[in-house]
Design a binder for this molecule. Structure first.
Ligand code: C6P
Length: 408
């Protein structure tokens, strides 16, 4: 029915969790934007680490520590190559996107002053709003908003009209978690740079679907969470241009991030260690590398192509349901469908879908300003991955129709 180009049945066998039942039904997992599922190839890497070479890194001369250090640094290189960063030291391991953004917000405190402006898009996750509000409170800078259109796209004229020489930083997601919109970040980066502003792109929702090229984009900062791209929770990265990472002060003090510690004065380690205080999530970092290998093994282009087909099919199936409205109807989208049915609370639909074994997210999706824009309390969000099937879309559509009939 749809051109997969992928052997989905074989791919699904890699994911043990997809074989389970929920509430008596085979699980239909459509909450991939919250977190993706983990293939056996990545789980095995975690088990292997704890079974065979669990040790602290960069600290020991003993064999286990060397092996763990090598695997961790290899993972950094995998991430660097995947995102085409110029240097491995431009990849900072963090606990995820939230940590990465807070690191930059903290680092820029001394670089902003009263009268400066920072621009944040209207469709951000709270992680890409609140740290900047806190930065503005600390520095006296003013937060301005890039407006959005009713289709859930950024208003690029509104963006251009806000840009001026006082604009010091611009923040935007590559893909909206609540709407699925793919934003024109190339244009945003170029225009922001024309006025001398620094750009941070939140890539949390793009990374599972789009292979972003740091050098081509010429972006200053880019953030990723491993758990949204088949990796484990509690690990991610901050990509930062070397020139900015050198200028920024350390985020946290502690072990690993120092060169020499004396009570009179401490000097800091070079990149990337300056930003990696304390014992990191070692197994997580190594497994993140394995997740990248896994996704590249399937092929990012094949994934994008298949998910686009799934999105088109699911959109058409859901729109056939009476009273159903989709939020986020932009031209460029990843496979996310946020919807409501007239007169029914999204939470009630989500609860009934769960009873039928279907996992979706309901609520404001940590993007309250989007819900305020549409004057709704939240949406039902079905977010698809390359391991989802046409049959699962059919089950979703049938279950939503059943829920509509029960709740109307
Ligand atoms: N969005 C969702 O259900 P962390 O939690 O740090 O890994 O990622 C935060 C984050 C930042 N930006 C975007 C665009 C995101 O989508 C998320 C996480 C999940 O939409 C959980 S709230």
């Amino acid at each position: 029915m749809i051109d997969t180009g992928l052997n989905i049945a074989a791919i699904r066998k890699d994911f043990p969790i997809l074989q389970r039942k929920v509430n008596g039904y085979p699980l239909v997992y459509l909450d991939n934007a919250a977190t993706s599922q983990t293939p056996r190839q990545v789980i095995d890497v975690i088990v292997d680490y704890y079974s065979n070479y669990n040790a602290n890194i960069h600290r020991g001369v003993h064999a286990l520590s060397q092996q763990a250090t090598d695997a961790y640094e290899q993972a950094r290189i995998k991430v660097q190559k995947h995102f085409n960063a110029a240097l491995p030291r431009e990849i900072i391991f963090t606990s995820g996107t939230t940590h990465s953004i807070n690191l930059v917000a903290s680092g820029f405190t001394g670089f902003l002053k009263e009268g400066d402006q920072v621009l944040v898009s209207a469709m951000e996750h709270h992680s890409n709003i609140v740290p900047w509000q806190m930065l503005c409170e600390r520095s006296g800078a003013t937060l301005k908003v890039i407006p959005m259109t009713p289709e859930g796209e950024l208003d690029m004229e509104g963006f251009a009209s806000q840009l001026n020489t006082r604009t010091k930083m611009v923040f935007c997601n590559h893909v909206s978690n609540a709407l699925g919109t793919i934003n024109p970040i190339e244009t945003i980066i170029r225009k922001a740079h024309e006025v001398g502003a620094v750009v941070l792109v939140d890539g949390a929702q793009a990374a599972p679907h789009i292979k972003a090229d740091m050098q081509k984009l010429d972006v200053d900062f880019y953030t990723v969470s491993a758990h949204k791209m088949c990796g484990p929770t509690g690990v991610g990265i901050l990509y930062g241009k070397e020139e900015w990472l050198l200028k920024m002060p350390p985020y946290q003090g502690g072990g690993e991030m120092i060169e020499e510690v004396r009570f009179e004065k401490t000097t800091y380690a070079g990149l990337p260690h300056k930003f990696e205080a304390g014992t990191p999530n070692i197994a997580g970092g190594i497994a993140f590398g394995a997740a990248i290998d896994y996704m590249n093994g399937i092929g990012m282009e094949a994934i994008a192509h298949y998910e686009a087909e799934l999105l088109a099919y699911a959109t058409q199936k859901l729109l056939a349901i009476q009273g159903l409205r989709i939020y986020g109807t932009g031209r460029e989208k990843t496979a996310v469908i946020s919807f409501n049915i007239e007169g029914i609370h999204p939470y009630d639909i989500g609860t009934l879908l769960d009873q039928m074994g279907i996992a979706v997210r309901t609520g404001h999706h940590c993007a309250q300003p989007i819900m305020d824009y549409f004057k709704i309390p939240g949406t039902v969000r079905a977010s698809f991955s390359f391991y989802n099937t046409v049959e699962e879309v059919d089950r979703l559509a049938a279950a939503v129709e059943k829920a509509r009939q029960m709740l109307s």
